[in-house]
Write a protein of this length. Structure first.
Length: 354
Protein backbone atom coordinates (compact mmCIF):
# COMPACT_ATOMS: atom_id res chain seq x y z
CA UNK A 1 0.00 0.00 0.00
CA UNK A 2 2.07 2.93 1.27
CA UNK A 3 5.31 3.22 3.18
CA UNK A 4 3.39 5.38 5.67
CA UNK A 5 0.76 2.72 6.27
CA UNK A 6 1.53 -0.33 8.38
CA UNK A 7 -1.75 -2.24 8.20
CA UNK A 8 -0.54 -4.98 10.59
CA UNK A 9 0.37 -2.37 13.20
CA UNK A 10 -3.00 -0.68 12.75
CA UNK A 11 -4.87 -3.97 13.16
CA UNK A 12 -2.90 -4.61 16.34
CA UNK A 13 -3.99 -1.23 17.70
CA UNK A 14 -7.63 -1.94 16.88
CA UNK A 15 -7.38 -5.38 18.47
CA UNK A 16 -5.87 -3.82 21.59
CA UNK A 17 -8.71 -1.28 21.76
CA UNK A 18 -11.29 -4.06 21.43
CA UNK A 19 -9.58 -6.16 24.11
CA UNK A 20 -9.49 -3.21 26.50
CA UNK A 21 -13.16 -2.44 25.87
CA UNK A 22 -14.16 -6.07 26.41
CA UNK A 23 -12.10 -6.12 29.60
CA UNK A 24 -14.24 -3.20 30.80
CA UNK A 25 -17.42 -5.08 29.92
CA UNK A 26 -16.16 -8.26 31.63
CA UNK A 27 -15.55 -6.27 34.80
CA UNK A 28 -19.00 -4.71 34.57
CA UNK A 29 -20.62 -8.14 34.15
CA UNK A 30 -18.54 -9.85 36.83
CA UNK A 31 -21.40 -9.85 39.38
CA UNK A 32 -23.52 -11.89 36.94
CA UNK A 33 -21.26 -14.90 37.28
CA UNK A 34 -20.05 -17.65 34.97
CA UNK A 35 -22.71 -17.41 32.27
CA UNK A 36 -21.99 -13.74 31.66
CA UNK A 37 -18.28 -14.58 31.52
CA UNK A 38 -19.05 -17.19 28.85
CA UNK A 39 -20.91 -14.54 26.86
CA UNK A 40 -17.95 -12.16 27.01
CA UNK A 41 -15.56 -14.98 26.08
CA UNK A 42 -17.59 -15.67 22.95
CA UNK A 43 -17.62 -11.94 22.20
CA UNK A 44 -13.83 -12.02 22.26
CA UNK A 45 -13.84 -14.93 19.82
CA UNK A 46 -16.27 -13.17 17.50
CA UNK A 47 -14.07 -10.08 17.10
CA UNK A 48 -10.79 -11.99 16.78
CA UNK A 49 -9.06 -12.18 13.41
CA UNK A 50 -10.30 -10.69 10.18
CA UNK A 51 -8.81 -8.01 7.96
CA UNK A 52 -10.47 -5.09 9.78
CA UNK A 53 -11.18 -3.32 6.50
CA UNK A 54 -14.02 -1.30 8.02
CA UNK A 55 -11.81 0.11 10.74
CA UNK A 56 -9.16 0.89 8.12
CA UNK A 57 -11.56 2.78 5.87
CA UNK A 58 -12.82 4.74 8.87
CA UNK A 59 -9.26 5.70 9.83
CA UNK A 60 -8.37 6.82 6.33
CA UNK A 61 -11.72 8.55 5.85
CA UNK A 62 -10.63 10.74 8.75
CA UNK A 63 -7.06 11.23 7.52
CA UNK A 64 -8.38 12.09 4.06
CA UNK A 65 -9.87 15.19 5.67
CA UNK A 66 -7.56 16.02 8.60
CA UNK A 67 -4.90 14.46 10.83
CA UNK A 68 -6.30 13.01 14.07
CA UNK A 69 -6.28 15.22 17.13
CA UNK A 70 -6.26 12.10 19.33
CA UNK A 71 -5.04 8.90 17.68
CA UNK A 72 -6.06 6.64 20.57
CA UNK A 73 -9.62 7.99 20.52
CA UNK A 74 -9.83 7.63 16.76
CA UNK A 75 -8.66 4.00 16.95
CA UNK A 76 -11.44 3.32 19.47
CA UNK A 77 -13.97 4.91 17.12
CA UNK A 78 -12.71 2.74 14.27
CA UNK A 79 -12.94 -0.33 16.51
CA UNK A 80 -16.66 0.35 17.01
CA UNK A 81 -17.19 -0.69 13.39
CA UNK A 82 -15.57 -4.05 14.10
CA UNK A 83 -18.08 -4.65 16.90
CA UNK A 84 -20.87 -3.85 14.44
CA UNK A 85 -19.33 -6.27 11.94
CA UNK A 86 -19.04 -9.00 14.56
CA UNK A 87 -22.69 -8.49 15.48
CA UNK A 88 -23.73 -8.88 11.84
CA UNK A 89 -21.64 -12.05 11.43
CA UNK A 90 -23.03 -13.70 14.57
CA UNK A 91 -26.59 -13.06 13.42
CA UNK A 92 -25.82 -13.90 9.79
CA UNK A 93 -24.31 -17.28 10.71
CA UNK A 94 -27.42 -18.22 12.66
CA UNK A 95 -29.82 -17.07 9.95
CA UNK A 96 -27.83 -18.97 7.32
CA UNK A 97 -27.45 -22.06 9.54
CA UNK A 98 -23.70 -21.77 8.97
CA UNK A 99 -21.60 -24.13 11.08
CA UNK A 100 -18.30 -22.28 10.99
CA UNK A 101 -16.73 -18.85 10.88
CA UNK A 102 -13.01 -18.23 10.25
CA UNK A 103 -12.28 -21.91 10.74
CA UNK A 104 -14.04 -22.09 14.13
CA UNK A 105 -17.56 -23.13 15.12
CA UNK A 106 -20.04 -20.30 14.67
CA UNK A 107 -21.52 -18.76 17.80
CA UNK A 108 -24.83 -20.62 17.76
CA UNK A 109 -22.99 -23.92 17.26
CA UNK A 110 -20.59 -23.11 20.12
CA UNK A 111 -23.41 -22.49 22.57
CA UNK A 112 -25.29 -25.52 21.26
CA UNK A 113 -22.25 -27.73 21.86
CA UNK A 114 -21.79 -26.35 25.37
CA UNK A 115 -25.43 -27.21 26.14
CA UNK A 116 -24.98 -30.77 24.87
CA UNK A 117 -21.71 -31.28 26.72
CA UNK A 118 -23.26 -30.12 30.01
CA UNK A 119 -26.33 -32.31 29.58
CA UNK A 120 -28.69 -29.43 30.28
CA UNK A 121 -32.45 -29.55 29.84
CA UNK A 122 -34.29 -28.37 26.76
CA UNK A 123 -33.31 -28.14 23.12
CA UNK A 124 -29.57 -27.54 22.53
CA UNK A 125 -30.23 -25.93 19.14
CA UNK A 126 -32.72 -23.50 20.64
CA UNK A 127 -30.21 -22.63 23.35
CA UNK A 128 -27.55 -22.00 20.71
CA UNK A 129 -29.93 -19.80 18.73
CA UNK A 130 -30.85 -17.80 21.82
CA UNK A 131 -27.20 -17.28 22.72
CA UNK A 132 -26.32 -16.09 19.21
CA UNK A 133 -29.23 -13.65 19.07
CA UNK A 134 -28.33 -12.20 22.45
CA UNK A 135 -24.62 -11.95 21.72
CA UNK A 136 -25.30 -10.27 18.37
CA UNK A 137 -27.60 -7.78 20.10
CA UNK A 138 -25.01 -7.14 22.78
CA UNK A 139 -22.25 -6.52 20.23
CA UNK A 140 -24.56 -4.12 18.38
CA UNK A 141 -25.22 -2.22 21.60
CA UNK A 142 -21.53 -2.17 22.46
CA UNK A 143 -20.63 -0.78 19.04
CA UNK A 144 -22.70 2.32 19.78
CA UNK A 145 -21.25 2.58 23.28
CA UNK A 146 -17.65 2.37 22.08
CA UNK A 147 -18.19 5.08 19.48
CA UNK A 148 -19.92 7.39 21.97
CA UNK A 149 -17.18 6.81 24.56
CA UNK A 150 -14.24 6.78 22.14
CA UNK A 151 -12.67 9.80 23.84
CA UNK A 152 -13.31 12.47 21.21
CA UNK A 153 -15.42 15.52 22.12
CA UNK A 154 -19.16 14.96 21.78
CA UNK A 155 -19.26 17.81 19.26
CA UNK A 156 -17.04 15.70 16.98
CA UNK A 157 -18.77 12.40 17.74
CA UNK A 158 -22.35 13.61 17.19
CA UNK A 159 -22.15 13.83 13.36
CA UNK A 160 -20.48 10.41 13.28
CA UNK A 161 -23.30 8.96 15.38
CA UNK A 162 -25.75 10.15 12.72
CA UNK A 163 -23.74 8.22 10.12
CA UNK A 164 -23.60 5.19 12.41
CA UNK A 165 -27.37 5.25 12.95
CA UNK A 166 -27.94 5.23 9.19
CA UNK A 167 -25.33 2.51 8.69
CA UNK A 168 -26.97 0.16 11.20
CA UNK A 169 -30.42 0.79 9.77
CA UNK A 170 -29.21 -0.02 6.26
CA UNK A 171 -27.38 -3.21 7.15
CA UNK A 172 -30.25 -4.64 9.22
CA UNK A 173 -32.82 -3.81 6.55
CA UNK A 174 -30.48 -5.23 3.91
CA UNK A 175 -30.19 -8.42 5.91
CA UNK A 176 -33.97 -8.75 5.95
CA UNK A 177 -34.08 -8.24 2.18
CA UNK A 178 -31.58 -11.09 1.92
CA UNK A 179 -33.50 -13.59 4.04
CA UNK A 180 -36.72 -12.64 2.24
CA UNK A 181 -35.13 -13.27 -1.17
CA UNK A 182 -33.97 -16.68 0.02
CA UNK A 183 -37.40 -17.47 1.44
CA UNK A 184 -39.05 -16.65 -1.88
CA UNK A 185 -36.52 -18.82 -3.68
CA UNK A 186 -36.04 -16.15 -6.32
CA UNK A 187 -33.97 -13.00 -6.78
CA UNK A 188 -33.32 -11.38 -10.12
CA UNK A 189 -30.07 -9.51 -10.73
CA UNK A 190 -31.56 -6.14 -9.73
CA UNK A 191 -32.89 -7.54 -6.45
CA UNK A 192 -29.61 -9.30 -5.74
CA UNK A 193 -27.71 -6.05 -6.34
CA UNK A 194 -30.01 -4.19 -3.94
CA UNK A 195 -29.37 -6.80 -1.26
CA UNK A 196 -25.63 -6.62 -1.94
CA UNK A 197 -25.61 -2.82 -1.72
CA UNK A 198 -27.48 -2.48 1.58
CA UNK A 199 -26.47 -5.68 3.36
CA UNK A 200 -22.76 -5.28 2.75
CA UNK A 201 -21.43 -2.72 0.26
CA UNK A 202 -22.47 0.45 2.07
CA UNK A 203 -21.55 -0.65 5.57
CA UNK A 204 -18.27 -2.21 4.49
CA UNK A 205 -16.68 0.83 2.83
CA UNK A 206 -18.89 3.86 2.15
CA UNK A 207 -20.22 4.35 5.69
CA UNK A 208 -16.87 3.67 7.41
CA UNK A 209 -15.34 6.37 5.17
CA UNK A 210 -18.21 8.69 6.07
CA UNK A 211 -17.87 7.96 9.77
CA UNK A 212 -14.16 8.77 9.80
CA UNK A 213 -14.67 11.88 7.72
CA UNK A 214 -17.56 13.02 9.93
CA UNK A 215 -15.29 12.69 12.98
CA UNK A 216 -12.89 15.03 11.18
CA UNK A 217 -15.65 17.58 10.56
CA UNK A 218 -15.96 16.96 6.81
CA UNK A 219 -18.59 18.92 4.87
CA UNK A 220 -21.32 17.22 2.85
CA UNK A 221 -19.42 17.77 -0.39
CA UNK A 222 -16.53 15.64 0.88
CA UNK A 223 -18.91 12.90 1.98
CA UNK A 224 -20.32 12.93 -1.55
CA UNK A 225 -16.84 12.50 -3.02
CA UNK A 226 -16.19 9.61 -0.65
CA UNK A 227 -19.48 8.00 -1.73
CA UNK A 228 -18.42 8.19 -5.37
CA UNK A 229 -15.34 6.16 -4.39
CA UNK A 230 -16.71 4.00 -1.59
CA UNK A 231 -20.02 2.75 -2.95
CA UNK A 232 -18.79 1.18 -6.21
CA UNK A 233 -15.77 -0.17 -4.33
CA UNK A 234 -18.07 -1.69 -1.72
CA UNK A 235 -20.08 -3.36 -4.45
CA UNK A 236 -16.91 -4.76 -5.99
CA UNK A 237 -15.83 -5.95 -2.52
CA UNK A 238 -19.06 -7.88 -2.01
CA UNK A 239 -19.02 -9.34 -5.51
CA UNK A 240 -15.55 -10.69 -4.71
CA UNK A 241 -17.00 -12.14 -1.52
CA UNK A 242 -19.76 -13.80 -3.55
CA UNK A 243 -17.14 -15.44 -5.76
CA UNK A 244 -15.23 -16.64 -2.70
CA UNK A 245 -18.47 -18.09 -1.32
CA UNK A 246 -18.59 -20.43 -4.33
CA UNK A 247 -14.97 -20.81 -5.44
CA UNK A 248 -12.97 -20.03 -2.28
CA UNK A 249 -10.48 -22.48 -0.79
CA UNK A 250 -11.88 -23.74 2.55
CA UNK A 251 -8.38 -23.79 4.05
CA UNK A 252 -8.16 -20.07 3.38
CA UNK A 253 -11.73 -18.87 3.87
CA UNK A 254 -12.50 -20.99 6.95
CA UNK A 255 -15.80 -21.98 5.32
CA UNK A 256 -16.85 -25.23 3.57
CA UNK A 257 -16.38 -25.48 -0.19
CA UNK A 258 -19.30 -23.86 -2.01
CA UNK A 259 -20.73 -22.55 1.26
CA UNK A 260 -23.00 -19.98 -0.42
CA UNK A 261 -24.52 -22.72 -2.59
CA UNK A 262 -25.16 -24.93 0.44
CA UNK A 263 -26.74 -21.99 2.27
CA UNK A 264 -28.89 -21.17 -0.78
CA UNK A 265 -27.62 -17.61 -1.24
CA UNK A 266 -29.38 -15.79 -4.08
CA UNK A 267 -26.36 -13.68 -4.97
CA UNK A 268 -25.70 -11.65 -8.10
CA UNK A 269 -23.47 -14.51 -9.30
CA UNK A 270 -26.30 -17.01 -8.91
CA UNK A 271 -28.88 -14.67 -10.45
CA UNK A 272 -26.68 -14.15 -13.51
CA UNK A 273 -26.12 -17.89 -13.86
CA UNK A 274 -29.85 -18.65 -13.62
CA UNK A 275 -30.55 -16.02 -16.28
CA UNK A 276 -27.89 -17.24 -18.71
CA UNK A 277 -27.60 -21.02 -18.26
CA UNK A 278 -29.52 -23.46 -20.48
CA UNK A 279 -32.88 -24.40 -18.99
CA UNK A 280 -31.76 -27.79 -17.70
CA UNK A 281 -28.64 -26.36 -16.06
CA UNK A 282 -30.58 -23.47 -14.56
CA UNK A 283 -33.15 -25.89 -13.13
CA UNK A 284 -30.37 -28.01 -11.64
CA UNK A 285 -28.76 -24.99 -9.98
CA UNK A 286 -32.08 -23.68 -8.70
CA UNK A 287 -33.03 -27.05 -7.16
CA UNK A 288 -29.63 -27.53 -5.56
CA UNK A 289 -29.47 -24.18 -3.78
CA UNK A 290 -29.88 -24.55 -0.03
CA UNK A 291 -29.48 -28.33 0.03
CA UNK A 292 -26.77 -30.61 1.43
CA UNK A 293 -24.13 -30.79 -1.28
CA UNK A 294 -21.20 -33.14 -1.60
CA UNK A 295 -17.86 -31.88 -2.95
CA UNK A 296 -18.77 -33.45 -6.30
CA UNK A 297 -22.12 -31.63 -6.28
CA UNK A 298 -20.38 -28.33 -5.57
CA UNK A 299 -17.93 -28.92 -8.40
CA UNK A 300 -20.78 -29.70 -10.81
CA UNK A 301 -22.62 -26.49 -9.86
CA UNK A 302 -19.41 -24.50 -10.28
CA UNK A 303 -19.25 -25.93 -13.78
CA UNK A 304 -22.81 -24.76 -14.48
CA UNK A 305 -21.97 -21.25 -13.28
CA UNK A 306 -18.75 -21.15 -15.30
CA UNK A 307 -20.45 -22.40 -18.47
CA UNK A 308 -23.20 -19.79 -18.11
CA UNK A 309 -20.60 -17.03 -18.26
CA UNK A 310 -21.67 -15.66 -14.86
CA UNK A 311 -18.27 -16.17 -13.26
CA UNK A 312 -16.46 -14.24 -15.97
CA UNK A 313 -19.18 -11.58 -15.98
CA UNK A 314 -18.85 -10.95 -12.23
CA UNK A 315 -15.06 -10.67 -12.60
CA UNK A 316 -15.59 -8.10 -15.34
CA UNK A 317 -18.06 -6.12 -13.20
CA UNK A 318 -15.58 -6.12 -10.30
CA UNK A 319 -12.97 -4.61 -12.64
CA UNK A 320 -15.44 -2.03 -13.96
CA UNK A 321 -16.60 -0.97 -10.49
CA UNK A 322 -13.01 -0.75 -9.29
CA UNK A 323 -12.15 1.52 -12.22
CA UNK A 324 -15.13 3.77 -11.43
CA UNK A 325 -14.12 3.93 -7.77
CA UNK A 326 -10.49 4.76 -8.51
CA UNK A 327 -11.45 7.44 -11.01
CA UNK A 328 -13.62 9.05 -8.34
CA UNK A 329 -10.76 8.78 -5.86
CA UNK A 330 -8.49 10.63 -8.28
CA UNK A 331 -11.03 13.47 -8.53
CA UNK A 332 -11.68 13.77 -4.80
CA UNK A 333 -10.40 16.85 -2.94
CA UNK A 334 -8.67 14.92 -0.17
CA UNK A 335 -5.21 14.54 1.32
CA UNK A 336 -2.76 13.11 -1.22
CA UNK A 337 -1.13 10.58 1.12
CA UNK A 338 -4.54 9.31 2.19
CA UNK A 339 -5.52 8.98 -1.46
CA UNK A 340 -2.59 6.65 -2.10
CA UNK A 341 -3.35 4.44 0.89
CA UNK A 342 -7.01 4.27 -0.11
CA UNK A 343 -5.87 3.18 -3.56
CA UNK A 344 -3.95 0.33 -1.95
CA UNK A 345 -6.92 -0.61 0.22
CA UNK A 346 -9.09 -0.70 -2.91
CA UNK A 347 -6.80 -3.31 -4.41
CA UNK A 348 -6.73 -5.28 -1.16
CA UNK A 349 -10.52 -5.56 -0.87
CA UNK A 350 -11.19 -6.47 -4.48
CA UNK A 351 -8.34 -8.93 -5.11
CA UNK A 352 -8.38 -10.81 -1.81
CA UNK A 353 -8.65 -14.60 -1.46
CA UNK A 354 -10.32 -14.56 1.97
Amino acid sequence: MSAAWDDAEFRARVESALEAFLDEQAERLLPLGLDAARLVAEARTSVAGGKMFRASFCWWGHLAVAPPADETALVRACAALELLHASALVHDDYMDASDSRRGRPSTHRTFEQEHRAAGWRGDPEQYGASGAILLGDLLLSWSDELLRRCGLPISAVAPALDVFDLCRTEVIAGQFLDVSAQARGHADVETAMTVLRYKSAKYSIERPLHLGAALAGAPGSTLGELTAFGLPLGEAFQLRDDLLGVYGDPDTTGKPAGDDLIEGKRTVLVALALDSAPAADAALLDRALGTALSPDDVERLRGVIDASGAHAQVEAVIDQLSDVALAALDRASIDGAAREVLRGLATAVTQRVV
